[in-house]
Design a protein around this ligand. Structure first.
Ligand SMILES: [Ca+2]
Ligand SMILES: [Ca+2]
Length: 137
């Protein structure tokens, strides 16, 4: 019993020590290294809400085209289900959760920076394969 407890205490320490040594070995490359990130779908939900309020400049609980940067304006046409030309909090949330789920390639409801990278690369490849004038849909 006692040795079991000791082993349980030592194993994590051992793993931590190995991790620390690996980090030391990687130090020369550290300058170019951005640590991987993981976002849970739950965390992303509060992020969605925060971003909605950030973008809703006039606080009317709608995001209109003039409140979005040019490159994000196509979001409105895609997400505006009731056709009022703006995104409600719900329409905004659905759009962003849909984006999250498309990026979550292994469908474990967390999004890693690696998955985002992979998804971005897939999108680039898809655009490159489309007609040069962008007419392909
Ligand atoms: Ca607004
Ligand atoms: Ca995932």
């Amino acid at each position: 019993m006692r040795s079991w407890i000791v082993a349980a205490a030592i194993v994590p320490l051992f793993l931590a020590a190995c991790g620390a040594r690996d980090e030391d070995e990687e130090t020369p490359a550290a300058a170019n290294y951005s640590p991987p990130t993981v976002t849970s779908r739950l965390d992303f939900g509060s992020e969605i809400e925060r971003r909605f309020h950030d973008n809703d400049v006039n606080r009317d609980d709608k995001i209109t085209p003039d409140e979005l940067p040019e490159r994000l304006r196509p979001m409105i046409a895609r997400g505006d289900k009731n056709g009022d030309g703006a995104l409600s909090a719900e329409e905004w949330g659905n759009l962003l959760l849909d984006w999250f789920d498309r990026n979550d390639l292994n469908k474990d409801r967390t999004l890693t920076s690696e998955e985002r990278e992979t998804y971005r690369a897939q999108q680039r490849a898809r655009r490159a394969a489309a007609a040069p004038d962008g007419s392909a849909r």
